[in-house]
Design a protein around this ligand. Structure first.
Ligand code: ASP
Length: 337
Protein backbone atom coordinates (compact mmCIF):
# COMPACT_ATOMS: atom_id res chain seq x y z
CA UNK A 1 0.00 0.00 0.00
CA UNK A 2 2.76 2.43 0.87
CA UNK A 3 4.49 1.92 -2.47
CA UNK A 4 1.16 2.50 -4.20
CA UNK A 5 0.80 5.78 -2.32
CA UNK A 6 4.34 6.67 -3.31
CA UNK A 7 3.49 6.08 -6.92
CA UNK A 8 0.38 8.21 -6.69
CA UNK A 9 2.43 10.99 -5.15
CA UNK A 10 5.12 10.77 -7.81
CA UNK A 11 2.59 10.80 -10.61
CA UNK A 12 1.05 13.95 -9.20
CA UNK A 13 4.22 15.96 -9.74
CA UNK A 14 3.74 18.23 -12.70
CA UNK A 15 0.12 17.34 -13.29
CA UNK A 16 -2.98 19.12 -12.21
CA UNK A 17 -5.49 17.14 -10.22
CA UNK A 18 -5.32 13.40 -10.38
CA UNK A 19 -8.88 12.21 -10.15
CA UNK A 20 -8.44 8.46 -9.89
CA UNK A 21 -5.98 6.50 -7.78
CA UNK A 22 -3.79 3.86 -9.37
CA UNK A 23 -4.86 0.34 -8.78
CA UNK A 24 -4.62 -2.75 -10.92
CA UNK A 25 -5.20 -1.46 -14.41
CA UNK A 26 -7.23 1.60 -13.38
CA UNK A 27 -6.23 4.87 -15.02
CA UNK A 28 -5.12 8.01 -13.24
CA UNK A 29 -6.29 11.07 -15.09
CA UNK A 30 -5.28 14.70 -15.24
CA UNK A 31 -7.75 17.58 -14.89
CA UNK A 32 -9.00 17.06 -18.45
CA UNK A 33 -9.74 13.42 -17.75
CA UNK A 34 -6.77 12.23 -19.82
CA UNK A 35 -5.15 9.05 -18.49
CA UNK A 36 -1.54 9.69 -17.53
CA UNK A 37 -0.32 6.22 -16.71
CA UNK A 38 -1.75 2.78 -16.26
CA UNK A 39 -0.53 -0.09 -14.13
CA UNK A 40 -1.53 -3.42 -15.63
CA UNK A 41 -1.61 -6.47 -13.47
CA UNK A 42 0.01 -9.00 -15.73
CA UNK A 43 2.51 -9.42 -18.51
CA UNK A 44 2.65 -9.37 -21.47
CA UNK A 45 2.09 -5.78 -22.42
CA UNK A 46 2.26 -4.32 -25.94
CA UNK A 47 2.00 -0.59 -26.71
CA UNK A 48 2.24 1.16 -30.08
CA UNK A 49 1.96 4.71 -31.35
CA UNK A 50 -1.21 5.94 -33.07
CA UNK A 51 -4.39 4.20 -34.14
CA UNK A 52 -2.62 1.95 -36.62
CA UNK A 53 -1.06 0.49 -33.47
CA UNK A 54 -4.29 -1.41 -32.79
CA UNK A 55 -3.86 -3.77 -35.76
CA UNK A 56 -0.15 -4.06 -35.03
CA UNK A 57 -0.76 -4.86 -31.35
CA UNK A 58 -3.33 -7.46 -32.27
CA UNK A 59 -0.88 -9.38 -34.44
CA UNK A 60 1.99 -9.07 -31.97
CA UNK A 61 -0.27 -10.20 -29.15
CA UNK A 62 -1.42 -13.23 -31.11
CA UNK A 63 2.19 -14.17 -31.87
CA UNK A 64 3.31 -13.72 -28.25
CA UNK A 65 0.46 -15.93 -27.07
CA UNK A 66 1.57 -18.58 -29.58
CA UNK A 67 5.05 -18.54 -28.07
CA UNK A 68 6.75 -16.49 -30.81
CA UNK A 69 9.85 -14.69 -29.47
CA UNK A 70 9.19 -10.99 -28.82
CA UNK A 71 11.35 -9.63 -31.66
CA UNK A 72 9.64 -11.82 -34.24
CA UNK A 73 6.28 -10.86 -32.79
CA UNK A 74 7.21 -7.18 -33.22
CA UNK A 75 8.29 -7.77 -36.84
CA UNK A 76 4.94 -9.46 -37.53
CA UNK A 77 2.93 -6.79 -35.70
CA UNK A 78 4.40 -3.63 -37.18
CA UNK A 79 4.45 -5.50 -40.49
CA UNK A 80 0.67 -5.05 -40.59
CA UNK A 81 0.71 -1.24 -41.06
CA UNK A 82 3.85 -1.58 -43.21
CA UNK A 83 1.82 -3.64 -45.69
CA UNK A 84 -1.35 -1.53 -45.45
CA UNK A 85 -1.59 0.98 -48.34
CA UNK A 86 -4.05 3.08 -46.33
CA UNK A 87 -1.41 3.80 -43.68
CA UNK A 88 0.32 6.66 -45.47
CA UNK A 89 3.27 7.07 -43.14
CA UNK A 90 4.69 3.55 -42.99
CA UNK A 91 5.97 1.10 -45.63
CA UNK A 92 3.82 0.39 -48.71
CA UNK A 93 1.67 3.42 -49.55
CA UNK A 94 3.83 5.76 -47.45
CA UNK A 95 4.01 9.35 -48.72
CA UNK A 96 7.16 9.94 -50.76
CA UNK A 97 9.95 12.49 -50.52
CA UNK A 98 9.94 15.58 -52.73
CA UNK A 99 11.32 13.56 -55.65
CA UNK A 100 8.45 11.09 -55.46
CA UNK A 101 10.54 8.32 -53.85
CA UNK A 102 9.28 6.30 -50.88
CA UNK A 103 12.27 5.92 -48.55
CA UNK A 104 11.98 3.90 -45.37
CA UNK A 105 13.64 3.88 -41.94
CA UNK A 106 13.33 1.20 -39.25
CA UNK A 107 15.06 -0.23 -36.21
CA UNK A 108 14.61 -2.98 -33.69
CA UNK A 109 16.17 -3.62 -30.27
CA UNK A 110 16.14 -6.56 -27.85
CA UNK A 111 16.61 -7.29 -24.17
CA UNK A 112 20.37 -7.78 -24.62
CA UNK A 113 20.72 -4.31 -26.20
CA UNK A 114 21.33 -5.96 -29.56
CA UNK A 115 19.91 -3.89 -32.34
CA UNK A 116 19.52 -3.64 -36.09
CA UNK A 117 18.48 -0.77 -38.31
CA UNK A 118 18.01 0.31 -41.91
CA UNK A 119 17.73 3.83 -43.22
CA UNK A 120 16.93 5.39 -46.58
CA UNK A 121 15.84 1.97 -47.84
CA UNK A 122 13.78 1.91 -51.03
CA UNK A 123 11.68 -0.78 -52.68
CA UNK A 124 11.29 -3.15 -49.73
CA UNK A 125 7.88 -3.37 -48.10
CA UNK A 126 9.03 -4.57 -44.68
CA UNK A 127 12.05 -2.53 -43.52
CA UNK A 128 11.55 -3.81 -39.95
CA UNK A 129 12.22 -7.36 -41.16
CA UNK A 130 15.41 -6.17 -42.85
CA UNK A 131 16.44 -4.39 -39.63
CA UNK A 132 15.96 -7.69 -37.78
CA UNK A 133 18.19 -9.40 -40.38
CA UNK A 134 20.85 -6.75 -39.82
CA UNK A 135 20.72 -7.62 -36.12
CA UNK A 136 20.76 -11.39 -36.74
CA UNK A 137 23.18 -11.75 -39.63
CA UNK A 138 25.67 -8.88 -39.74
CA UNK A 139 28.36 -7.48 -37.43
CA UNK A 140 26.75 -4.03 -37.81
CA UNK A 141 23.89 -2.05 -36.34
CA UNK A 142 22.75 -0.04 -39.36
CA UNK A 143 22.80 -0.40 -43.13
CA UNK A 144 21.67 2.44 -45.34
CA UNK A 145 20.48 3.22 -48.88
CA UNK A 146 21.85 1.11 -51.69
CA UNK A 147 23.82 -1.11 -49.30
CA UNK A 148 20.71 -1.85 -47.26
CA UNK A 149 18.83 -2.72 -50.45
CA UNK A 150 21.61 -5.04 -51.68
CA UNK A 151 21.64 -6.74 -48.29
CA UNK A 152 17.85 -7.16 -48.31
CA UNK A 153 17.92 -8.67 -51.80
CA UNK A 154 20.72 -11.04 -50.80
CA UNK A 155 18.52 -12.17 -47.91
CA UNK A 156 15.65 -12.99 -50.27
CA UNK A 157 13.50 -9.87 -49.89
CA UNK A 158 11.59 -8.88 -53.02
CA UNK A 159 12.01 -5.42 -54.56
CA UNK A 160 8.69 -3.76 -55.39
CA UNK A 161 7.13 -0.42 -56.13
CA UNK A 162 5.91 1.11 -52.85
CA UNK A 163 4.39 4.27 -54.33
CA UNK A 164 0.64 3.69 -54.58
CA UNK A 165 -1.53 5.70 -56.99
CA UNK A 166 -3.06 7.51 -54.02
CA UNK A 167 0.31 8.60 -52.65
CA UNK A 168 1.51 9.54 -56.13
CA UNK A 169 -1.53 11.78 -56.57
CA UNK A 170 -0.90 13.42 -53.20
CA UNK A 171 2.71 14.05 -54.24
CA UNK A 172 1.65 15.58 -57.58
CA UNK A 173 -0.73 17.86 -55.71
CA UNK A 174 2.03 18.85 -53.31
CA UNK A 175 4.38 19.57 -56.24
CA UNK A 176 2.10 22.41 -57.39
CA UNK A 177 3.44 24.76 -54.74
CA UNK A 178 6.05 22.49 -53.17
CA UNK A 179 5.87 23.92 -49.67
CA UNK A 180 7.55 21.84 -47.00
CA UNK A 181 5.26 21.98 -44.01
CA UNK A 182 5.03 18.75 -42.05
CA UNK A 183 1.48 17.81 -41.17
CA UNK A 184 1.09 17.11 -37.50
CA UNK A 185 -1.38 15.27 -35.38
CA UNK A 186 -3.38 13.50 -37.99
CA UNK A 187 -4.18 10.01 -36.94
CA UNK A 188 -2.97 7.35 -39.28
CA UNK A 189 -0.25 9.71 -40.33
CA UNK A 190 2.78 8.80 -38.29
CA UNK A 191 5.53 6.37 -37.49
CA UNK A 192 4.67 3.16 -35.74
CA UNK A 193 6.80 2.51 -32.69
CA UNK A 194 6.05 -0.57 -30.59
CA UNK A 195 7.28 -1.52 -27.12
CA UNK A 196 6.83 -4.98 -25.59
CA UNK A 197 7.14 -6.38 -22.08
CA UNK A 198 6.98 -10.12 -22.64
CA UNK A 199 5.79 -12.96 -20.38
CA UNK A 200 9.31 -13.29 -18.95
CA UNK A 201 9.42 -9.60 -18.07
CA UNK A 202 11.91 -8.74 -20.82
CA UNK A 203 11.71 -5.60 -22.92
CA UNK A 204 12.04 -5.14 -26.67
CA UNK A 205 10.94 -2.63 -29.27
CA UNK A 206 10.70 -1.70 -32.93
CA UNK A 207 10.06 1.37 -35.01
CA UNK A 208 9.23 1.71 -38.73
CA UNK A 209 8.30 4.67 -40.93
CA UNK A 210 8.33 6.29 -44.33
CA UNK A 211 9.38 9.42 -42.43
CA UNK A 212 8.28 12.97 -43.02
CA UNK A 213 6.31 13.42 -46.25
CA UNK A 214 8.01 15.66 -48.82
CA UNK A 215 11.37 15.47 -47.04
CA UNK A 216 14.56 16.12 -49.01
CA UNK A 217 15.82 13.08 -50.88
CA UNK A 218 18.30 11.32 -48.60
CA UNK A 219 16.83 12.69 -45.37
CA UNK A 220 16.88 10.21 -42.48
CA UNK A 221 14.77 10.86 -39.40
CA UNK A 222 14.95 9.65 -35.82
CA UNK A 223 13.13 6.37 -36.37
CA UNK A 224 16.11 4.15 -37.35
CA UNK A 225 18.45 5.76 -34.81
CA UNK A 226 18.89 3.84 -31.58
CA UNK A 227 18.68 6.36 -28.75
CA UNK A 228 16.54 8.78 -30.77
CA UNK A 229 13.47 7.00 -32.22
CA UNK A 230 13.82 3.97 -29.96
CA UNK A 231 15.77 2.97 -26.89
CA UNK A 232 15.53 0.42 -24.14
CA UNK A 233 17.52 -0.94 -21.28
CA UNK A 234 16.19 -4.24 -20.05
CA UNK A 235 17.09 -3.29 -16.46
CA UNK A 236 14.96 -0.17 -16.62
CA UNK A 237 12.41 0.48 -19.35
CA UNK A 238 11.78 1.27 -22.99
CA UNK A 239 10.80 4.40 -24.91
CA UNK A 240 9.99 5.34 -28.48
CA UNK A 241 9.17 8.49 -30.38
CA UNK A 242 6.96 9.88 -33.09
CA UNK A 243 6.86 13.35 -34.57
CA UNK A 244 9.49 15.67 -35.98
CA UNK A 245 12.56 13.44 -36.17
CA UNK A 246 15.05 16.30 -36.28
CA UNK A 247 13.96 17.46 -32.82
CA UNK A 248 14.17 13.93 -31.42
CA UNK A 249 17.69 13.40 -32.82
CA UNK A 250 18.92 16.77 -31.48
CA UNK A 251 17.91 15.76 -27.98
CA UNK A 252 18.60 11.97 -28.02
CA UNK A 253 14.95 11.71 -27.00
CA UNK A 254 14.20 8.05 -26.31
CA UNK A 255 17.54 7.44 -24.58
CA UNK A 256 16.81 10.37 -22.26
CA UNK A 257 13.36 9.06 -21.37
CA UNK A 258 14.94 5.73 -20.36
CA UNK A 259 17.66 7.49 -18.35
CA UNK A 260 15.03 9.38 -16.36
CA UNK A 261 13.24 6.11 -15.61
CA UNK A 262 16.59 4.73 -14.41
CA UNK A 263 16.70 7.64 -11.97
CA UNK A 264 13.33 6.61 -10.58
CA UNK A 265 10.84 8.57 -12.67
CA UNK A 266 7.64 6.90 -13.83
CA UNK A 267 7.10 6.50 -17.59
CA UNK A 268 4.72 9.45 -17.42
CA UNK A 269 7.15 11.72 -15.57
CA UNK A 270 10.02 10.72 -17.86
CA UNK A 271 8.08 11.33 -21.10
CA UNK A 272 6.75 14.63 -19.78
CA UNK A 273 10.16 15.94 -18.73
CA UNK A 274 11.78 15.12 -22.07
CA UNK A 275 8.89 16.57 -24.07
CA UNK A 276 9.21 19.77 -22.02
CA UNK A 277 12.96 19.83 -22.59
CA UNK A 278 12.45 19.47 -26.35
CA UNK A 279 9.80 22.19 -26.30
CA UNK A 280 12.08 24.57 -24.37
CA UNK A 281 15.09 23.88 -26.60
CA UNK A 282 13.01 24.78 -29.65
CA UNK A 283 11.24 27.88 -28.37
CA UNK A 284 13.06 30.17 -30.79
CA UNK A 285 13.79 27.55 -33.39
CA UNK A 286 12.62 27.61 -37.01
CA UNK A 287 10.93 24.24 -36.49
CA UNK A 288 8.76 25.51 -33.63
CA UNK A 289 5.77 26.49 -35.81
CA UNK A 290 5.02 22.86 -36.59
CA UNK A 291 6.92 21.09 -33.84
CA UNK A 292 5.20 17.96 -32.63
CA UNK A 293 6.98 15.20 -30.74
CA UNK A 294 5.40 12.40 -28.74
CA UNK A 295 6.91 9.61 -26.67
CA UNK A 296 5.56 6.34 -25.38
CA UNK A 297 7.32 4.50 -22.56
CA UNK A 298 7.03 1.41 -20.39
CA UNK A 299 8.97 0.26 -17.37
CA UNK A 300 9.76 -3.18 -15.98
CA UNK A 301 6.65 -3.09 -13.78
CA UNK A 302 4.42 -2.72 -16.83
CA UNK A 303 3.53 0.90 -16.16
CA UNK A 304 3.13 2.86 -19.37
CA UNK A 305 2.45 6.38 -20.57
CA UNK A 306 2.41 8.68 -23.57
CA UNK A 307 3.09 12.40 -23.69
CA UNK A 308 3.40 14.89 -26.53
CA UNK A 309 3.98 18.56 -27.20
CA UNK A 310 0.62 19.19 -28.90
CA UNK A 311 -2.69 17.51 -28.20
CA UNK A 312 -3.97 14.74 -30.42
CA UNK A 313 -1.37 12.05 -29.84
CA UNK A 314 -2.63 8.65 -28.73
CA UNK A 315 -1.34 5.12 -28.48
CA UNK A 316 -2.66 1.59 -28.58
CA UNK A 317 -2.31 -0.63 -25.52
CA UNK A 318 -2.86 -4.36 -25.27
CA UNK A 319 -2.81 -6.30 -22.01
CA UNK A 320 -4.56 -9.28 -20.46
CA UNK A 321 -6.80 -7.18 -18.34
CA UNK A 322 -8.43 -4.78 -20.76
CA UNK A 323 -7.57 -6.14 -24.18
CA UNK A 324 -6.53 -3.93 -27.07
CA UNK A 325 -7.62 -0.29 -26.96
CA UNK A 326 -6.53 3.31 -27.56
CA UNK A 327 -5.23 5.50 -24.74
CA UNK A 328 -4.97 9.27 -25.19
CA UNK A 329 -1.62 10.82 -24.30
CA UNK A 330 -1.38 13.94 -22.18
CA UNK A 331 0.24 16.98 -23.80
CA UNK A 332 2.27 20.07 -22.92
CA UNK A 333 0.17 22.43 -25.04
CA UNK A 334 -3.58 22.65 -25.09
CA UNK A 335 -5.78 23.36 -28.09
CA UNK A 336 -5.63 27.04 -27.20
CA UNK A 337 -1.86 27.60 -27.07
N1 ASP B 1 9.61 10.56 -36.61
C1 ASP B 1 9.39 10.38 -38.02
C2 ASP B 1 10.45 11.09 -38.79
O1 ASP B 1 10.79 12.20 -38.44
C3 ASP B 1 8.07 10.85 -38.51
C4 ASP B 1 6.87 10.55 -37.69
O2 ASP B 1 6.90 10.02 -36.61
O3 ASP B 1 5.80 10.91 -38.18
O4 ASP B 1 10.87 10.57 -39.79
Amino acid sequence: MSSRRGFIKKAAIGTVGITTAFSCGVSATNKDGVPISVKPQKKPLVISTWRHGLAANEETWKQLKNGTPALDAIVAGVGVPEADPEVRSVGYGGLPDREGKVTLDACIMDKNSDCGAVSFLQGIKHPIAVAKKVLDSTPHVMLTGEGALQFALSEGFKEENLLTEKSKLAWKKWLKDSKYKPVINIENHDTISMLVLDEDGNLSGGCTTSGAAWKMHGRVGDSPIIGAGLFLDNDVGAAAATGLGEAVIRTAGSAMVVELMRQGKSPFEACKEIVERIYNKHKNHKDMAYLQVGFIAINKNGEHAGYSIRPGFNYAVCDNEKGNRMEPAASKMTKNN
